[in-house]
Design a protein around this ligand. Structure first.
Ligand SMILES: Cc1cc2nc3c(=O)[nH]c(=O)nc-3n(C[C@H](O)[C@H](O)[C@H](O)COP(=O)(O)O)c2cc1C
Ligand SMILES: CC(C)CC(=O)C(=O)O
Length: 396
């Protein structure tokens, strides 16, 4: 990873909030709204960010910080920093190179990438572009199990090291701007891992067939491209015992199984009970249950319950290097960022994702140095305090 630069490369874009603003002008309204909005009143979306403000860093001084090492291990890979690219669907809406550009940027930066199963580039092409950094395939477990099994087989063959089963989507959240904009995937784009039998063994689905049994509210997020599987994302039948057992068997020894979207200690304990390899504390970037706890607020009880038995990752609202530091200090092993990467893509394709990753990883490295920490493993709750609404400061 390049060292934190005293002189940033792109003076129009000094941090991720700049990137958000600049990217907003690079996207059509449908894309911008789809990427940026939260569910319902977007309360959880907002709180995912603001919740970080109640923590402050306790910096230590007079420690030689001339060498700071921000690298971190994730899924048997040494990443340049403990920040990965979260799986987000349909990246070709932002830029024609879509997930391929993201993967190439991750490879260059040594940053782990998660690929959405609703990607607009095939998982094989993304793996080829991302190499070792393309480690995770995000999975929605479809009611039609063979569809998921096919995807898992392909991911194993391509060399993915983990599946992240998204579990916060038993039904799709209500995203009002999608409804207002009548969101649909433009006809020139495809959900690449399913469309046109691109999975090599796939069957083609007639538009509309997959919607049987769904209510109008669930159907409306379905991009009406000629062939899509969007509504399959929501599967209300999933349950711990039967489905996790099935998934672990399909993934075998080659791929780890994480559950993405855990928000309580109770579910974290069930994840351990059913033999899951790791947890991503997530509320889907505030796109599912509005009014759910901000992820950084859910994190402490989960870390406490898990007792380091399995890795605990977190995503949602992470926009600053200091947010990454705070999440790790609260016990997260790794963090993921979603929307900022989409903003980078929309701004300048791969170059924009390069910029996004550089901005946040430079900030994180700078934060480590200023807090007096030279190694990620040393970041602990000793470096944080919590500040309440009346300004009362407490140690953790
Ligand atoms: C446009 C968009 C599409 C997403 N698509 C998926 C997806 O296909 N699967 C999934 O598990 N999560 C998906 N997510 C959620 C992200 O993986 C991640 O949890 C979230 O974006 C993190 O919050 P952040 O955007 O505030 O960083 C999506 C998020 C966004 C913004
Ligand atoms: C295909 C969608 C359900 C992707 C998604 O998870 C999202 O838009 O948040």
């Amino acid at each position: 990873m390049p060292p934190p630069s005293a002189t940033p490369h792109d003076l129009s874009c000094l941090h991720l909030r700049d990137l958000e603003r600049i990217a907003a002008d690079c996207m059509d309204r449908q894309t911008r709204d789809y990427y940026n909005e939260g569910a319902d009143a977007s309360m959880t979306l907002a709180e995912n960010h603001t919740a970080y403000n109640k923590y402050r860093i306790r910096p230590r001084v007079l420690r030689d910080v001339s060498r700071v090492n921000p690298s971190a291990s994730v899924l048997d890979f040494t990443a340049s920093c403990p920040i990965g690219v979260a799986p987000t669907a349909m990246q070709c809406l932002a830029h024609p190179d879509g997930e391929i550009a993201t993967a190439a940027a991750c490879k260059e930066a040594g940053v782990a990438m998660g690929l959405s199963s609703f990607a607009t580039k095939s998982l094989e092409d993304v793996k080829a572009a991302g190499g070792d950094t393309a480690r995770v395939l995000q999975l929605y477990l479809f009611e039609e199990r063979e569809e998921s099994a096919r995807l898992i087989r392909r991911a194993r063959k391509a060399g993915y090291k983990a599946v992240f089963l998204t579990v916060d989507t038993p039904v799709l959240g209500r995203r009002n701007l999608e409804i207002k904009n009548k969101f649909k995937l433009p006809p020139h784009l495809r959900i690449a891992n399913f469309a046109d039998g691109a999975n090599g063994e796939g069957k083609e689905e007639k538009s509309g067939d997959s919607e049987a049994g769904y209510t109008e509210g669930e159907k409306r997020v379905m991009p009406r491209g000629p062939v899509t599987f969007h509504s399959h994302a929501a599967n209300p039948t999933l349950e711990w015992g039967r489905d996790i057992t099935w998934l672990k068997k399909e993934c075998g020894e080659d791929m780890k199984v994480y559950v993405k979207g855990v928000a309580t200690a109770e579910d974290a304990l069930l994840a351990i009970k059913y033999g899951v390899d790791g947890i991503v504390v997530s509320n889907h970037g505030g796109r599912q249950l509005d009014g759910a706890l901000a992820t950084v607020d859910a994190l402490p009880e989960i870390v406490e319950a898990v007792q380091k038995k399995i890795p605990v990752h977190v995503d949602g609202g992470i926009r600053h290097g200091t947010d990454v530091f705070k999440a790790l200090a609260l016990g997260a092993d790794f963090v993921w960022i979603g929307r900022p990467v989409l903003w980078g893509l929309a701004y300048k394709g791969k170059e924009g994702v390069d910029l996004c990753l550089r901005l946040i990883s430079d900030e994180f490295k700078l934060c480590m140095a200023l807090a007096g920490v030279t190694s990620v493993k040393d970041i602990s709750k000793d470096y944080l305090v919590k500040i309440d609404r009346s300004g009362f400061v407490s140690r953790l």
